[in-house]
Design a binder for this molecule. Structure first.
Ligand SMILES: NC(=O)C1=CN([C@@H]2O[C@H](COP(=O)(O)OP(=O)(O)OC[C@H]3O[C@@H](n4cnc5c(N)ncnc54)[C@H](OP(=O)(O)O)[C@@H]3O)[C@@H](O)[C@H]2O)C=CC1
Ligand SMILES: CC(=O)N[C@@H](CCC(=O)OP(=O)(O)O)C(=O)O
Length: 345
């Protein structure tokens, strides 16, 4: 059994990790931290976990965490980078769900996250944990930076186009929509039901912190710098991300090849489903599941390829992908604990 610690267990991604790990046959959660709820039994706070966990939340204690095989950080940005060096020295493996280790250029990181990076050596060593791209590196990694939610849906949707060089990499557009759980569990006026319900808006249109992460991943796929416009939107639902992606084919004739290209690229990927061209993947088709579903579209004989891509932000966009990374790191079947289909309706 893999001995697991979770730092930041009371947030949405923390409780989603617990929901997935509760039925994972190789994982044993030993410690789950919360400073504000220390001493409270996990099942008192989250009744969906009654009968699954006999643990109480505890204060983060580096000595206890150092006794784990793997620690997940489900904390706000800036927390993991302060605690990870000590865990690395103790030989513990870490999957960080925050953005602390996702961006390699630390000046860029500091600009978007508003603080200097405090563990630059580990930022350089961390493996960006998108298994569909970096499976071999993840196997060996001591520190995995779990991708952000929008960047997961967007990178998976664009990858085959960029890897094949069939589109103009300088003019990509990603239109993202997320449910409110993407903003976490802390109280914020903008996330009240009365503010989010019956309404729909774009935000971060002049620049969102996921932009440099998306750009970094797409540039690696394209083998050249990319130009990408990303605009996120807040949708009155709890879970789910839908990304509608636009790219210009360099030759119009190539559209017919694209469906085969996508199917070939993801044929062996257990969590990526390429639907028939023209389908419209819905967020509810991935709700609670670790899948990314996508479909290709073209309007008449336009040179614009449209890809629609959906994930559950808390599963493939966070906790599910983190457990997928754990499975890869420990040489387990990658789908262990993640086989459940989506909840529908
Ligand atoms: N929500 C989503 O869809 C996604 C979120 N993420 C990322 O995952 C991380 C967690 O997100 P989410 O679960 O939504 O966040 P929440 O705000 O809901 O939860 C944060 C958790 O971290 C703990 N925490 C806060 N500050 C500290 C600290 N200084 N030291 C130790 N623990 C701390 C909190 O408990 P306490 O204060 O009691 O200690 C709480 O349990 C974030 O970095 C987020 O960006 C990634 C992908 C998707
Ligand atoms: C709806 C909403 O507010 N979403 C969050 C992104 C989700 C998130 O937590 O970001 P990471 O994936 O980087 O951790 C936002 O736009 O900041």
């Amino acid at each position: 059994m893999i001995k697991i610690g979770i730092v930041g267990g009371t947030g949405y991604t923390g409780v989603e990790l617990l929901r997935i790990l509760a039925v994972h046959p190789e994982a044993q959660v030993q410690c789950i931290t919360s400073r504000s709820e220390a001493g409270v039994p996990v099942a008192d706070m989250y009744p969906n976990l009654r009968g699954h966990f006999d643990l109480a939340f505890s204060e983060p204690d580096p000595a206890v965490l150092a006794g784990c095989d793997l620690v997940f950080f489900a904390t706000p940005h800036g927390v993991a980078m302060r605690m990870v060096p000590e865990l690395m020295a103790a030989g513990v493996r870490v999957v960080d769900l925050s953005a602390d280790f996702r961006i390699k250029d630390l000046d860029t990181w500091a600009r978007w996250y508003g603080m200097p990076h405090e563990a630059p050596e580990w930022a350089a060593n961390a493996v960006y944990g998108l298994p569909e791209v970096a499976r071999n590196a993840i196997r060996q990694a001591q520190l995995v930076a779990n991708p952000g939610c929008y960047p997961t849906a967007i990178q998976l949707g664009f990858l085959p186009l960029l890897e094949s060089g069939l589109v103009d990499a300088s003019r990509l557009i990603a239109d993202g929509k997320s449910g409110a759980s993407g903003a976490g569990r802390q109280g914020k006026i903008g996330m009240l039901h009365g503010e989010v319900g019956e309404s729909f808006k774009a935000y971060g249109a002049s620049g969102h912190r996921h932009l440099p992460e998306i750009r970094q991943g797409l540039a690696a796929a394209a083998g050249q710098p990319v130009g990408v416009t990303f605009v996120p939107h807040l949708v009155p639902m709890v879970r789910g991300i839908e990304a509608t992606l636009y790219a210009e084919l360099t030759t119009a004739d190539d559209f017919e090849r694209l469906q085969g290209l996508y199917e070939d690229r993801y044929r062996d990927e257990p969590f990526v489903d390429v639907m028939p061209a023209g389908s419209h993947p819905e967020t509810r088709s991935v709700r609670g599941a670790n899948h990314c579903r996508m479909a290709l579209h073209r309007q008449e004989d336009s040179k614009t390829v449209i890809v629609t891509s959906v994930i559950d932000n808390l599963v493939k966009g966070a906790a599910g992908q983190a457990v997928q990374n754990m499975n890869v790191m420990f040489g387990l079947d990658e789908t262990l604990g993640l086989k459940a289909p989506a909840l529908l309706p």
